[in-house]
Design a protein around this ligand. Structure first.
Ligand SMILES: NC(=O)C1=CN([C@@H]2O[C@H](COP(=O)(O)OP(=O)(O)OC[C@H]3O[C@@H](n4cnc5c(N)ncnc54)[C@H](OP(=O)(O)O)[C@@H]3O)[C@@H](O)[C@H]2O)C=CC1
Ligand SMILES: O=C(O)C1=N[C@H](C(=O)O)C[C@H](O)C1
Length: 268
């Protein structure tokens, strides 16, 4: 069996380092390239040094050369970087796993368009546990479809730049879809002042940022006389990285198309 060659974007980032570790541990994949932005202090250094295990792959600031050396690029960076890397992957006919969050609707369109040519997994959370929670939320929303107010609460580390998290938004989408609502029109992002009584049709979002919280998400279904909370807490970034490498292997069997972790995990 040939090993899947992976290129890692944003190699020195929090997720980049995890992805280096996950791909070096996985016998089914080869770390073919690692790249980062020009000017970062790690350019030219061995990618494995970032996790204390030199591996002979130097970090480059040339995304085209890095992606050309691989079958699949895994990208957890920022939307503007991801879209540049996506263009290169499309031109070179490589598959892509996108974990980056915070895209605008227009930016997401660019991903949907590229996926007509190359295979793409695009998912706001690659952890198996979170994807199990998405399924639990479908069931909860089907049962609690009347008389329960829905609120999504998330907490992340102080360095996170987008809010609410991509995962919180997806949780809102899952519940809204089950309840026959459109998240674009029913979402409330924070409250202040004299807000009036709660509108039963809305889905509220609350965001906490602080310290080194890896990522906590709760969906609260609040009725009169009882509350149901469905919570996921991340203790490490490794489940995201393992999910992303698994997604890369899944794409090896596809010529093009847009997928998410529900496809990778067979949860559709
Ligand atoms: N789908 C999932 O399962 C998960 C998704 N995420 C998402 O992944 C993304 C990255 O998170 P995290 O690793 O914590 O972030 P970090 O800031 O730690 O790492 C981001 C990396 O991308 C680089 N980068 C930033 N901007 C650009 C750009 N314009 N072009 C190319 N490279 C760039 C950074 O370089 P520099 O240091 O020079 O800025 C850094 O190396 C976020 O959107 C986050 O929400 C995170 C965890 C799980
Ligand atoms: O930035 C992070 O850290 C995370 N981002 C993702 C998101 O926005 O949902 C996934 C996870 O929660 C960690």
């Amino acid at each position: 069996m040939t090993s899947l060659r992976i290129a890692i974007a944003g190699a020195s980032g929090r997720m980049g380092r995890m992805l280096i570790e996950a791909s070096l541990q996985d016998e089914g994949v080869t770390l073919a390239a690692a790249f980062d932005r020009p000017g970062t202090p790690f350019i030219g250094r061995d990618a494995g040094e970032l996790i204390g295990v030199p591996c002979g792959v130097a970090i480059t600031d040339d995304p085209r050369a890095a992606i050309a050396a691989a079958d699949c690029v895994i990208d957890f960076t920022r939307p503007e970087g991801t879209l540049v890397h996506l263009d290169i992957a499309r031109e070179l006919g490589k598959s892509m796993v996108i974990g980056t969050t915070g895209f605008t609707a227009g930016e997401k369109e660019a991903i949907f368009t590229a996926a007509r040519t190359i295979p793409v997994v695009f998912a706001p959370n690659m952890a198996v546990g979170v994807n199990a929670v998405f399924k639990l939320l479908e069931m909860a929303a089907r049962i609690l479809n009347e008389g329960y107010d829905v609120e999504v609460i998330e907490a992340h580390h102080r360095f996170k730049v987008d809010a609410p998290s991509g995962t919180a938004l997806r949780m809102g989408e899952v519940v809204a879809r089950e309840l026959g609502r459109n998240l674009e029109t029913c979402a409330i992002y924070g409250r202040e002042g004299v807000t009036g009584e709660r509108n039963a049709e809305t889905i509220g979002f609350s965001t906490i940022r602080g310290g080194d919280v890896v990522g906590d998400h709760t969906v609260l279904f609040a009725g009169i006389g009882e509350r149901i909370e469905i919570t996921h807490k991340s203790g490490s970034r490794m489940p995201y990285a393992l999910g992303a490498v698994r997604a890369g292997r899944f794409l090896a069997g596809h010529a093009n198309g847009l997928f998410d972790m529900q496809d990778v995990l067979g949860l559709r």
